[in-house]
Design a protein. Structure first.
Length: 432
């Protein structure tokens, strides 16, 4: 009798699960379950059942693949429940996996670790939330390392933890999906919950939520941004008494990226102590798309695309990266975030103007007013086209200013995703 497989949710990881099933169990019967209508990219000849996934009959399937967008408690089955991430850990084993999670900096830190190992001549791959489903990396060679960026949705039901886990800065996030902050922290904690005394946890001890997620680990704990992990001494990133790189030589801007670099160095140091490789990686890496990237300078004003910043903490990090007056573009769709800390940071910063957009503009406006931000600095544009938003920013910015699109919100009210938002911003800036 052929194997029966259910794929619940059919996004990027659902497609990856389907490819894996067809390669691993070519004779398997596959059924795809989705909340909405049949996806346009569903494979021909494969049954798709649309409707409330929570009510779907998933009994009788040998294996059920959960997509990250589906809460684990929505799946009811007598079969084995897995995911792209869980299956990858099961097939490859955790011994050469470095997992990275946190509320911001995951993609940058994952990429820096990857670049350090690659510069050291070590065979390495990267995948996960960064855009490549882990199962797409198969096969993985015995001497190969894998660096995975892991979201709370991918970690939620993980039952194997990576050999080296990295817990970055955390703040309340995804509260439109997680029931509360405690559930979010518990999901993140799975990156270390199944580690043993032979494993390593690199973590940020000064962040309260990170410390909570790390509290019950059995792994060897190495803090970063302070000794014995990589930290700044004088003006250099240092580890084990060795000065690695001057912070002015980093290819990235902002204190948050100095912290990300320290996290990456600390994790990579457990694999290689090649200081030249670390220096080459850190000095040449200029960031990932839509992560506080300089688009261009127009009439003495620099425009930065930080569309990946979907939380208030990310926007705060962007503000702190610059001393000059700022025009900040804020707003989008709701993720259950609290904007009062961001509002107070804006009140304390050198601001030229704050441009509010999207569904959250009224909530953000109220937070700014409560924090004492001058009303004359606040401009509300609602669902205006990106070309109009950038034109308005251009009209109010002065020579020497920076314009930063760091929205602190999700993008789905006005854009397909954060990439679409960032690409529209880049196009509008280039059209000035």
């Amino acid at each position: 009798m052929s194997k029966r497989v259910a794929i619940v949710g059919y996004g990027v990881e659902g497609e990856s699960a389907y490819r894996y099933v067809r390669t691993t169990w070519p004779d398997a019967t596959v059924v795809i379950f989705v909340d909405a209508a049949r996806p346009d990219d569903a494979p021909d000849g494969v049954e798709v059942r649309a409707g409330d996934i929570s009510q779907a009959d998933l009994n009788g399937f040998d294996t059920v693949f959960r997509s990250p967008s589906v809460r684990p408690d929505r799946i009811h089955t007598d079969g084995r429940v897995t995911s792209v991430t869980k299956e990858f850990f099961s097939v490859v084993g955790p011994d050469r996996i470095i997992g990275v999670t946190g509320s911001k900096g995951k993609g940058t830190t994952t990429s820096l670790i990857y670049e350090i190992l690659k510069n050291a001549g070590i065979s390495v791959k990267k995948a996960g939330n960064i855009g490549v489903p882990a199962l797409d990396l198969l096969p993985v060679k015995d001497d190969e390392w894998v660096v995975l960026e892991l979201s709370s949705f991918q970690l939620w039901d993980l039952d194997i933890s990576p050999h080296i886990a990295v817990l970055l800065m955390m703040e309340p996030e995804h509260l439109d999906v997680h029931k509360d902050v405690a559930e979010y922290i518990t999901a993140k904690a799975q990156i270390t919950a199944h580690q043993t005394a032979n494993d390593i946890l690199v973590y940020l001890p000064t962040n309260e939520m990170t410390a909570q997620a790390a509290a019950n680990t059995a792994a060897q704990m190495i803090p970063y941004a302070q000794a014995p992990g990589a930290h700044v001494e004088g003006n250099s990133i240092t580890i084990n008494g060795e000065q690695i790189i001057d912070v002015g030589e980093l290819g990235l801007v902002g204190q948050h990226n100095i912290d990300n670099a320290c996290a990456a160095v600390t994790a990579a140091w457990q694999v290689t102590q090649n200081t030249d490789a670390v220096w080459r990686a850190l000095s040449s890496f200029n960031g990932l798309p839509h992560r506080l990237q300089l688009v261009r300078e127009v009439e003495g004003v620099k425009y930065y695309d930080d569309s990946i910043a979907t939380t208030p903490g990310s926007a705060i990090a962007a503000l702190k990266a610059f001393e000059q007056p700022k025009v900040l573009i804020l707003g989008g769709s709701d993720k259950g975030a609290d904007f009062h800390i961001l509002a107070h940071e804006i009140a304390a910063n050198s601001m030229r103007h704050v441009i509010l957009i999207g569904a959250m503009q009224d909530k953000i406006h109220a937070a700014l007013s409560n924090a004492g931000v001058n009303e004359s600095l606040i401009m509300a544009l609602g669902a205006a086209p990106m070309s109009d938003i950038v034109t308005k920013a251009h009209s109010v910015a002065r020579e020497g200013d920076v314009v930063i699109m760091s929205p602190a919100c999700a993008s789905f009210d006005m854009f397909k995703n954060y990439k679409d938002r960032g690409e529209q911003f880049i196009a509008a800036v280039n059209a000035l």
